[in-house]
Design a protein around this ligand. Structure first.
Ligand code: HEM
Length: 583
């Protein structure tokens, strides 16, 4: 063993000596070549100058002009010479290096389009990169495909088998997260990120277990039942009192409801009015979307060319903007709670009414880290849930027959005395559950989930996935592939009736919540919320489209932002049905 190590050390030393020698030699060559080129041009110039001085007839002014012209030509020639040296010594070796890598290297990347083919395809399908990558995968790699974005390798998995390789067989290696570098420049983000954590390290484990205890576990979900029913009752009341016969933007309505449910679990207060329509609500919404989500998820030059990191001042400025905006939403709330806790020490230990903020304060996290974590969880918990509820409502409105079956089932199985909707009985509504599953198949909220990163170089199917590659599983391609699903573009809830397929991360044909160690921990929170909100809208109201539009003509096109939303907002007009109690 000792001998072996000694030998390795010797080889390393020898290699280092060799590379130092090679470097010195290269530097020497550069200087010699440069001096040689320079002196050659100087000699030619001097010869020419002498020739001009002896042969040019005219005034001294003209002679000065001629020699000045010659000097300038000399400078241009010298510059050209330097460029030539640069080209020969730098660019040619780089070119040869890449040629060598492509032709003789044993690192065989999965096949894929070049940058031009990629750009042509993506620009031919605006706002639909999930479709573009799915089409390209059919040509280049139905399982795995790769392409280069500047200095970054991107690997796309588009089949259940490839998704299994990433999320199960090589789960540990692919459990890293790739996110635009701007995110990691936000002060405190490295120590307070759960969704964005670059790897599954101790900080990530700790935050995930705090989340599990306070939000995701069956016990936490059960203890938040009162909050859910309370907020849904407020939503139903708001519609009946303010919106009878009027047009409602369903996305705003359910987003406000889900946000208020989540923020009451986090900080025991609402962030929005019940309808999400007030001016301040719009401000906070646009603030979250444009100032935080869009900025934090947009790619910068350093993400494509990581070697530019040292000179990237722009991202740092953007990160500071995001930091200020996040603190703007949470700082006062957190500080106010802390001052209450110091006034009354019991406040922080009050077990019965502890919310997530109490727990985080109890762990001693700094204010800005709590603000980052709450923002991440708020975005993760509201955006996809809202999208799912909107798509489900849209599908039910378009397919009136299905809507009536859902309504009958809810009335028969989940409504108890006094027309009260009982949340816990909704799990027995199998037909309704199948509709939710089918919505998550046909309209997967995150077609690419949240991109992963290879933490080590890894081999899959004889292809090499280099360390730090961006790894994306195209869930949309998998859930819309006719090889996995019959007639995949149609809404057919019956495929989930009497079926064992679920979204727990073991059926790689169906992965709306992804799979593996980074799989969504909020799945049960989301499903509880979507069930209750949509069941209340269906049971307590009749719905029509504005201007008496035909239900079957409702446009269900989608568009990709950071998630896959309905392209046009869903506007509906409610008419109350009977009295209401949600509980
Ligand atoms: C229909 C609703 C939802 C869908 C479709 C969804 C889907 C996803 C997906 C695809 C991921 C990325 C998984 C990966 O990287 O492989 C994710 C991550 C995550 N989701 Fe959800 N989600 C939903 C609702 C929620 C809710 C309600 C919460 C919290 C209350 C939540 C919290 C999280 C967290 C914390 C992560 C990051 C996990 C980690 O990186 O370790 N999600 N979700």
């Amino acid at each position: 063993m000792q001998a072996k190590l000694g030998r390795v050390g010797f080889v390393k030393k020898k290699n280092r000596a060799r590379s130092c020698y090679a470097l010195r030699k290269t530097k020497k060559k550069t200087v010699i070549l440069f001096l040689f080129g320079w002196s050659l041009f100087r000699d030619i110039l001097n010869l020419k100058k002498e020739h001009i001085e002896s042969n040019t007839v005219g005034t001294p002014k003209r002679k000065v002009y001629e020699s000045w012209k010659l000097e300038s030509q000399g400078i241009v020639l010298a510059a050209a010479n330097m460029m030539l040296v640069l080209y020969l010594l730098v660019l040619v070796p780089i070119f040869l290096f890449f040629l060598n890598r492509c032709l003789f290297s044993d690192t065989k990347l999965p096949p894929g389009p070049n940058i031009f083919q990629l750009l042509v395809k993506i620009s031919s399908l605006p706002n639909k990169p999930h479709v573009a990558l799915s089409d390209l995968a059919k040509i280049y790699g139905p399982d795995l495909m790769s392409f280069r974005l500047g200095g970054q390798t991107v690997v796309v998995a588009s089949s259940p088998a490839a998704a299994r390789e990433i999320h199960k067989t090589n789960n540990r290696i692919f459990s890293g997260r790739f996110l635009p570098s701007v995110y990691y420049s936000i002060p405190g983000a490295m120590h307070a990120s759960l969704v964005m954590a670059r790897e599954c390290n101790d900080t990530w484990k700790n935050l995930r277990s705090i989340g599990q205890n306070g939000v995701f576990s069956p016990k936490a979900i059960e203890s938040a039942a009162g909050i859910r029913t309370g907020k849904v009752t407020e939503m139903v009341g708001f519609l009946r009192e303010n919106k009878d016969g009027k047009v409602v933007n369903i996305e705003d309505l359910v987003f406000a409801t889900f946000t208020n449910i989540i923020t009451n679990v986090f900080i025991s207060r609402n962030l929005f009015d019940a309808g999400g329509e007030s001016e301040s609500d719009e401000k906070v919404m646009s603030f979250l979307n444009e100032e935080i989500i869009d900025k934090a998820t947009s790619f910068g030059l350093t993400d494509v060319f990581p070697m530019l990191k040292g000179v990237d001042f722009w991202s740092k400025r953007k990160a500071m903007d995001i930091y200020r905006n996040i603190n703007f939403i949470w700082e006062d709330i957190i500080k106010e709670r802390r001052s209450l806790a110091t006034d009354d020490d019991d406040a922080i230990n009050r077990d019965s009414t502890k919310d997530l903020l109490d727990v985080l304060n109890g762990y001693g996290f700094p204010v800005d880290q709590i603000a980052i974590l709450l923002t991440e969880l708020l975005i993760a918990g509201t955006d996809s849930t809202t999208i799912t509820a909107v798509w489900l409502m849209a599908e039910l409105i378009k397919n009136q027959e299905i809507l009536h079956q859902v309504r009958d089932e809810i009335a028969n199985k989940a409504i108890i005395e006094g027309n009260k909707l009982n949340e816990s009985l909704l799990s027995e509504c199998q037909y309704f559950q199948a509709c939710i599953k089918e919505t998550l198949r046909l309209h997967i909220p995150g077609p690419f989930a949240v991109p992963h990163r290879a933490t080590e170089t890894c081999k899959i199917n004889n292809y090499t996935i280099p360390k730090d590659s961006i790894v994306v599983v195209n869930g949309w391609a998998i859930q819309m592939d006719p090889n996995n699903w019959e007639d995949p573009t149609s809404f057919k809830q019956e495929r989930f009736l009497n079926s064992t397929i679920d979204s727990r991360g073991t059926y790689f044909e169906y992965i709306p919540f992804s799979a593996g160690s980074r799989m969504c921990p909020g799945q049960n929170v989301a499903l509880k919320g979507v069930q209750l909100v949509v069941a209340s809208l269906v049971h307590y109201f009749d719905w029509s489209l504005p201007n008496g539009e035909d239900f079957s003509k409702l446009d269900l096109s989608d568009r990709f932002g950071t998630t896959l939303k309905k392209e046009k907002p869903l506007y509906l007009i409610p008419r109350p049905r009977g009295n209401y109690i949600v509980g």
